[in-house]
Ligand binder design. Structure first.
Ligand code: SF4
Length: 366
């Protein structure tokens, strides 16, 4: 079901990204499809998350969405216009709308620039603000992300990881974006700092009316923040659903395995390997039919020979599995109860409470 253009802000149409692999013995180049024919829509104002194991293509897809990478095939539309074919000059004009917060707050900021210069730079490129106006805006943005205006004169190495990520967020906000993509924006941070940065992103999303696209592997973070979630496996979306639907009743066997891999409070814990058999196949030579079939406990001959397409699965969700209906009906009891939203909410509410009690602008503290 396609949305009217006014409601969707980004759309991908069978977008594919191939990277060159190793040359074969005969000198011909092979290609790895990091993202394979992904079609999805991101709605204005939502938090849309992409999850999956490491190497599933989620970061590549995130970069394609904001044209940090060119697709090999297919199209990416922003507000109804195909940005995959725009010239660099035209893209530069759009860049102010589409910003990216990187995973590593230690390497994503130029160490030779002051914090003020880092935040001011996008304003120089994308706005006509005067120098004095830009300086005022830098101070205002630092305040928005919980840092002191005086920090503008310092250098990134003087700050902790959490503070640097806040600086990265302030820089992303500087051009007045409509969409911010966060690629694992908190995974390099301590747990308590993660919650502060997540709460900050949520507050800024509401204040600046942003659409947030989040790449994360922490399902508690995903559960807490997302409106809708796309699950990726070997470069393809295998399930796309609203937060409650996905966590309360995962349909695709891979999504169910992801849910079972959520750590539980036990000395034995759980891991992805405990719930999935077999290795992740090579994207250089993906399996025939359903790419998940070598690891799927429900695989049949049909799964080996025929690729399932992402199809409607009732309500606002789609799933790519030949047998999702039978599996959902018969194996419901086999799925461990996923973390309830109230559990995740409690975790973050607690952090929010603590972070409000703390003085976040003291160097060394977040
Ligand atoms: Fe498993 Fe077949 Fe569904 Fe793929 S299509 S997830 S192999 S049951």
């Amino acid at each position: 079901m396609s949305l009217p253009t006014a409601k969707k802000i980004i759309e991908t149409r069978a977008v594919t990204k191939r990277f060159p692999g190793k040359k074969t013995l005969f000198g011909t180049a092979s290609f790895v499809s990091a993202v394979n024919e992904v079609s999805l829509e991101i709605r204005r104002g939502e938090t849309f998350s992409i999850v999956g194991e490491s190497g599933c293509g989620k970061s590549t897809l995130a970069r394609l969405l904001v044209r940090l990478l060119h697709p090999s095939d297919g199209a990416v539309l922003y507000e109804g216009n195909d940005i995959s074919t725009l010239s660099e000059t035209d893209m530069r004009r759009l860049r102010k709308d589409l910003q990216f917060v990187f995973q590593d707050p230690f390497s994503s900021l130029n160490p030779r620039m002051t914090v003020g210069a880092l935040i001011e730079e996008p304003m120089k490129v994308h706005t006509r603000l005067t120098r004095a106006e830009r300086r005022r805006k830098v101070a205002e943005l630092l305040g928005k992300v919980g840092l002191r205006a005086a920090f503008a004169n310092r250098y990134p190495h003087e700050f902790s990881g959490g503070q640097r990520q806040r600086i990265g967020i302030a820089r992303a906000l500087a051009s007045g974006p409509k969409v911010i993509v966060g690629d694992e924006p908190v995974s390099a941070l301590d747990v308590s700092v993660q919650a502060q940065v997540i709460n900050l992103l949520e507050d800024l999303k509401a204040e600046f009316d942003l659409t947030l696209i989040l790449i994360a592997h922490d399902l508690a973070v995903i559960r807490h923040m997302s409106d809708r979630i796309a699950v990726m496996y070997l470069g393809e979306v295998v399930e796309l659903a609203g937060n409650d639907d996905l966590f309360d009743r995962p349909l695709h066997p891979y999504t169910r395995a992801l849910m079972r891999a959520i750590p539980i409070a036990s000395p034995h814990g759980r891991s992805m390997n405990a719930t999935l058999t077999g290795d992740v196949p090579s994207p250089l030579d993906p399996p025939s039919g359903c790419r998940f079939h070598p690891r799927c406990p429900h695989a049949t001959d049909l799964c080996v020979s025929e690729k399932p397409v992402l199809g409607q699965a009732g309500g606002d969700r789609t799933v790519a599995c030949h047998h999702w209906k039978e599996i959902a009906d018969t194996a419901e009891s086999a799925v461990r109860e996923p973390p309830r939203s109230d559990t995740a909410a409690k975790r973050f509410a607690l952090f929010r409470e603590r972070s409000q009690q703390q003085e976040p602008t003291t160097a060394g503290n977040i």
